[in-house]
Design a protein. Sequence first.
Length: 74
Amino acid sequence: MPNIDPQKEVKPAVAPLLLKPVEAAKALAISPRKLWSLTAGGQIPCVRIGKCVRYDPADLRAWIDAQKQWSLAC
């Protein structure tokens, strides 16, 4: 029988509310430089907390949905 330490609680993983730029770029499968270009151009919204820039996953999903094209050319 394995030793179970009652002091150690198993905590469920919590998804981050905001993503760091590197995480957001990875989620979008683009480079951080491209992400910054889109952010600076006002195409992708960001959240600024002091000097930190963060991205809301819901905003990234909305941006993806807006980029979808129903053309056969894609």
